[in-house]
Design a protein around this ligand. Structure first.
Ligand code: 3HC
Ligand code: NAI
Length: 704
């Protein structure tokens, strides 16, 4: 933030137009300097008889990205944004906003306070406050409905997705779309036209919504739909309340409603969680290697293995415009790999989201082969063959033999020791883990797993690739399961213990869903397929600690061939291919039999206790992962779970959640549970240290 007041907003005269230029990098967020600068600029225009119009533009790539999110939760600094908007609208001069880039949230609200709006083709216009647990709080809930209709405006705010310039024109949000990239030139031309034609000062607050009854009926329907879909989110229903006020009340009273509801949202823990998620997702890319080294150029990719993951990874790379060569074991597998890739695009064509021509153009960049020699020219190779150390090492020996010097050699392993994979090559500095999540072309998370000997430029290359593939990268160290799967294994175990001790899988799933997850752990197991976990358990049986508690219920279910959705039953029944399962009395009988075999008298678990145990296990292992340096910061754990494991975004991630609950309370729970099983419930040393020091996880989130 600049020290000199008003420097974030520059004014200059162009004839009888005062050009007000917002210059507050990187995205012209409406920090206190910008708000003050805008107020001063409007005052200057109104006081100057020679000025007939005001043109508001943004410098750099954005028009205005909204309120300054970093100011939320801090003491407010005057003037508030809604007053700035009201002052702009009240100007006696003709105010024009010329939008050439993102006009989001408060940014669009500034534009709505102007009397005329012009968009250039690259403009994006939206009210995405809902993504931060908020609602538009600077008149947006009152002005947008007056301009575009109550239902369309409410949808814009509830979806949180921006509109293109053309879509905004069609929706009535802007008055005109002009060609070009320079908002000053286009804006001055438009302002000149308006002045020449003596266009009246048009204030949106003067508009009265015409057919109130119809608008209210539409809002009723939207409210019912939103109550169903918003899954415990606080701000969506408040948005509808504000839009209703826009229909029913005079402008000033509507604004007062908006103000009150906005402040409630601002105070809510959901806002804190969602804002944390917003910044955390941007922080994970800030890693020491990205500062220390330049990424290598990546123009060609090879993928080894065309199964579930290889095909998804190939699609992700193709979608980013990269040429992809896929290497498989034999001609039949090459054909299957290609079919797996084509299936994704055929799905899009069937939904009308892609043309056959576009598919053909993409597949022109794709080739399958059985020969490793065809990976020789790749700048980056991603291995996604079976999860077996010997198979992977054999693949890496081949890659070491054929790949050009300087190629990055990556593995998509879920659990295996990547140092041991790197060790079979003559170039361990080039080896790295790129752990995609299924479906790899859709899931946002990419764990970038860094073995001991990997070069900084290889790490930087992986992060640059993630950006290109539109993934959210998280840096992880090597251990069994890295960040995500390692922590998952622990809280899954906590869930299994609760199941054996008395909670049914259905009660656990329900509690986890009520917490905000889309699915519970047993539903996820049924979706993923029980056979995969079963194979892993059998593999690890020999090395399992014989004294540790081991729940065999999953094995009993798998022994019956019940692997989940794909076999029609798992923890749930899926009659005739149903996607939503029904509770299965036979599974409950298996659970009972296992309890009886172990002499466990089942007890009741309430949803609250289920979640306390589930979260304590997750947080404790999250703390271990941070303490051991597997994750750089607590926020890296948060982003892993938000982007890869369905953790409810409004809670900010497990570590943010722990901070909000209070680390002392989490530690108390762990110590209490340790009285039953001290081996499993071992407090993380980091958690103990933080509690002793009166600190929290967020204190560790400073960039490393
Ligand atoms: N306030 C403060 N900082 C912001 C910001 C904002 N509104 N929007 C973006 N930034 C910061 C980012 O944190 C990032 O900082 P960093 O470089 O230190 O990590 C930097 O600007 C660049 O952001 P991105 O990496 O996201 O850049 P992109 O070019 O990929 O995207 C964008 C640009 C589309 C503008 C995207 O940043 C975005 O969607 N921003 C948030 C928009 C938003 O939610 N606005 C509503 C705010 S709430 C509001 O306005 C309330 C009002 O109604 C009262
Ligand atoms: P898959 O069984 O669907 O596919 C593996 C493919 O590798 C098969 O098509 C097989 O023909 C091919 N293959 C085997 N050996 C080969 C060789 N020597 N050369 C070329 N191709 C060979 O397995 P999936 O699920 O795609 O998993 C692949 C890797 O991705 C594993 O390491 C797995 O742990 C990891 N992974 C899996 C996830 C999942 O959800 N399925 C998620 C994240 C990682």
């Amino acid at each position: 933030m600049s020290a000199a007041p008003h420097s974030a907003v520059a004014t200059r005269r162009e004839g009888d137009v005062l050009v007000v230029s917002i210059d507050h990098p990187p995205v012209n967020a409406l920090g206190v300097d910008v708000r003050r600068g805008l107020l001063a600029a409007i005052g200057q225009a109104d006081a100057d008889a020679a000025v007939r119009a005001v043109l508001i533009v943004g410098r750099g790539k954005a028009f205005i990205a909204g309120a300054d999110i970093r100011e939320f939760g801090k003491p407010p600094m005057p003037p508030p944004l809604h007053e700035v908007c009201n002052r702009i609208e009240a100007s006696v001069k003709t105010v024009v906003a010329a939008i050439h880039g993102p006009a989001l949230g408060g940014g669009l609200e500034i534009a709505l306070a102007a009397h005329y709006r012009l968009a250039l083709p690259a403009a994006t216009l939206g009210l995405p406050e809902v993504n931060l647990g908020l609602l538009p709080g600077a008149g947006g809930t009152q002005r947008a409905p007056r301009l575009m209709g109550a239902k369309a405006a409410a949808r814009l705010m509830l979806d949180g997705k921006p509109l293109s310039a053309r879509a905004a024109l069609a929706a009535g949000l802007v008055d005109r779309v002009a060609e070009g990239e320079d908002p000053v030139a286009a804006g001055l031309a438009y302002a000149g036209e308006l002045l020449d034609s003596h266009a009246p000062a048009r204030r949106i607050s003067d508009i009265v919504i015409a057919d109130r009854a119809a608008a209210l009926a539409e809002l009723d329907a939207l409210q019912a739909e939103t109550a169903r879909k918003s899954r415990g989110l606080f701000s969506p229903l408040k948005i509808i309340e504000c839009v209703r006020a826009a229909v029913e009340l005079p402008f000033d009273q509507g604004l007062a409603t908006e103000r009150a509801r906005f402040l409630e949202c601002l105070d809510s823990p959901q806002r804190a969680g969602l804002v944390h998620a917003f910044f955390a997702e941007r922080e994970t890319a800030k890693i020491p290697e990205a500062r220390a080294a330049q990424p290598r150029a990546v123009d060609r990719i090879a993928v080894i293995g065309g199964g579930t993951m290889g095909a998804g990874i190939a699609v992700a790379a193709l979608d980013a415009g990269l040429p992809v060569t896929m290497i498989e074991r034999d001609a039949e597998s090459v054909a299957r790999g290609r079919a797996n890739v084509e299936k994704v695009y055929d799905g899009l064509i069937a939904k009308g989201r892609m043309t056959p021509e576009a598919k053909a153009a993409i597949l022109a960049r794709y080739a399958g082969s059985t020969s490793y020699e065809d990976a020789a020219g790749a700048d980056l190779v991603i291995e996604a063959v079976f999860e077996d150390m010997a198979v992977k090492q054999a693949v890496f020996r081949e890659l070491d033999r054929v790949c050009k010097q300087g190629a990055v050699l990556a593995t998509n392993t879920s659990y295996l020791d990547i140092d041991a994979i790197a060790a079979v090559t003559s170039r361990p500095q080039d080896v790295i883990g790129l752990h995609f999540f299924s479906p790899a072309n859709i899931m946002k998370l990419l764990e970038i797993v860094v073995p001991a000997r990997t070069g900084a430029d290889v790490v930087a290359t992986a992060f640059a690739l993630a950006r290109r593939l539109k993934k959210i990268p998280v840096r992880a160290g090597v251990c069994d399961g890295f960040i995500g799967n390692r922590i998952l294994a622990v809280y899954r175990q906590a869930a299994d213990y609760m199941m054996e001790d008395g909670a049914s899988p259905y009660e656990i799933d329900e509690a986890v869903r009520a917490f905000g997850y889309p699915m519970g752990p047993f539903q996820v197991a049924d979706l993923a397929g029980g056979d995969i976990g079963w194979a892993a358990r059998k593999r690890k049986a020999a090395t399992r600690d014989p004294d540790a508690r081991y729940v065999e219920i999953a094995d009993r279910i798998c022994e019956r061939g019940w692997f989940g959705q794909k076999t029609g039953r798992g923890y749930y029944l899926y009659p005739e291919g149903a996607r939503i399962g029904q509770p299965d009395p036979e599974v409950l009988a298996i659970v009972d039999a296992e309890r009886a075999r172990k002499g466990i008298a089942p007890r009741k678990f309430g949803a609250d206790e289920i979640m306390r145990r589930y979260m304590a296990a997750m947080i404790n292992e999250g703390a271990n992962v941070v303490d051991e340096g597997i994750a750089l910061r607590p926020l890296d754990v948060d982003v892993t779970f938000l982007a890869g494991y369905g953790f409810p975004r409004f809670r900010g991630g497990p570590m943010k959640y722990a901070d909000m609950v209070g680390l002392d309370r989490i530690l108390d729970d762990i110590r209490l549970f340790a009285k039953e099983d001290a081996r499993f419930w071992k407090p993380s040393p980091l958690l103990e240290r933080l509690v002793a020091q009166g600190r929290n996880f967020d204190n560790l989130n400073k960039a490393p």
